[in-house]
Design a protein around this ligand. Structure first.
Ligand code: AMP
Ligand code: MG
Length: 371
């Protein structure tokens, strides 16, 4: 066989294979039919978890959901501040023992604490998970106020100030090699509520992307949208809640959605003053505490962050909630791939410039179609 003939045969074989593939793959793609399934669960992270995904069969969907749930459950236990579990050095255990001696903790908890400490050391201090001493006082008064609205009261400032003397991350001593955590200050404790859900969402991503790429996972409003939905849409539509939605009008068919963002392979995380609040003398006191004033921050009604990492988005939404809009915008603009939407106390909305690619209100205003 001449060299030329060899090449011709090779190319014709390639062409035949390509033609065959051209026939087979579209057929195969057409044969694959996707169905959308949804599951909800209320037993983890003290919130509602919603999982939506496209799978070929319900059985396949439930297999993946079962695995996601069991992984999330593990994170819920490791990050749990209120309950101990047998043979688990979780956050609850840590806060009760780490002032006595270094405590070896599961890798996922060590990594979360270590990452938060790095943020603190880099100067981002509005979200300080070492502020447990202050946050636990607010938690106690808030729970009492929710359970007994008539006797709802504010924590004495003297108590908050005393506690704030025990919130330095420098006192959290980490040993990378031994994966231990030690509190050099016996009155310090950690509260990881600002980042735990985002961290857990990121942790199940590799499994999800491999097992069911077209999904949407929401951990109480911390949303991660995977690959595009398999129903022809190019992105998932995620609602941004109106922080002051009128519940009466919602019950009459009105909407509590302020805007819709269209995303894929992105996370959407909101911090808002409408979660976990109580009322004292007609004033609302919510759960995000400004480390400077030791009071619930009054800078924002809500902040929504879009980026690739749920842990970062969770951390940043809390951070931006405490900062002024100008400080927050400067922070966001200094970061790659991070966008934010702020709802200010007067109800007005501000967005970082790149939000125009996601938010329908901005796309519509620019004459875009929005879907
Ligand atoms: P998020 O809803 O993600 O903004 O987180 C709010 C939760 O984070 C609260 O319920 C507290 O547990 C915790 N938290 C509140 N304020 C702060 C703060 N300034 N730094 C760190 N954690 C905070
Ligand atoms: Mg957060």
């Amino acid at each position: 066989m001449t060299r030329k003939f060899q090449w011709v045969s090779f190319l014709s074989a390639l062409l035949a294979a390509a033609l065959l593939a051209g026939c087979v793959f579209p057929l195969a793609a057409a044969e694959k039919s996707w169905a959308k399934f949804t599951r909800r669960e209320n037993s983890i992270f003290d919130t509602e978890t919603t999982f939506i995904g496209f799978a070929e069969t319900e059985q396949e969907f439930d297999r993946v959901w079962g695995e996601v749930l069991s992984r999330l459950r593990r994170y819920d236990q490791v990050f749990d501040a209120y309950h101990g579990y047998d043979n688990l050095h979780n956050l609850y255990y840590l806060n009760r023992h780490a002032f006595q001696e270094p405590v070896a903790v599961p890798q996922e908890l060590f990594q979360l604490i270590s990452w938060c400490k790095q943020q603190w050391e880099s100067g981002l201090r509005s979200t300080n998970i070492a502020m447990g001493a202050v946050l636990s006082i607010w938690h106690e008064y808030r729970e009492a106020g929710i359970n007994n609205p008539d006797s709802a009261a504010l924590p004495p400032m003297a108590d908050l100030e005393k506690a704030s003397g025990h919130t330095s991350f420098d006192s959290v001593v980490l040993d990378e090699e031994k994966q231990t955590v030690f509190y050099a200050d016996p009155d310090l404790s950690l509260d990881i509520g600002a980042v735990a859900k985002g961290w857990a969402a990121d942790a199940v991503l590799p499994y999800l992307k491999e097992s069911m790429p077209s999904f949407l996972l929401s951990l109480g409003g911390n949303v991660y949208a995977g690959d595009k939905p398999m129903d022809g849409r190019s992105a998932w539509a995620v609602g941004v809640q109106d922080p002051r939605a009128d519940m009466l009008s919602v019950s009459l068919g009105g909407t509590d959605i302020l805007d819709i963002v269209d995303v894929r392979d992105q996370t959407v995380v909101t911090s808002g003053d409408y979660w976990r609040f109580y009322v004292v003398d007609g004033q609302r006191y919510h759960h995000i505490i400004d480390p400077e004033t030791l009071m619930p921050s009054r800078q924002m009604l809500s902040v929504t962050v879009i980026c690739k990492s749920s842990a970062l988005a969770d951390f940043l939404s809390t951070t931006l909630f405490v900062l002024s809009y100008e400080e927050g915008l400067a922070l966001v603009q200094g970061m790659d791939g991070v966008e934010a939407m702020w709802v200010l106390p007067d109800g007005s909305v501000q967005c970082s410039p790149g939000m125009a690619a996601y938010a329908r209100s901005l796309k519509n205003a620019a004459g875009g179609t929005g879907k």
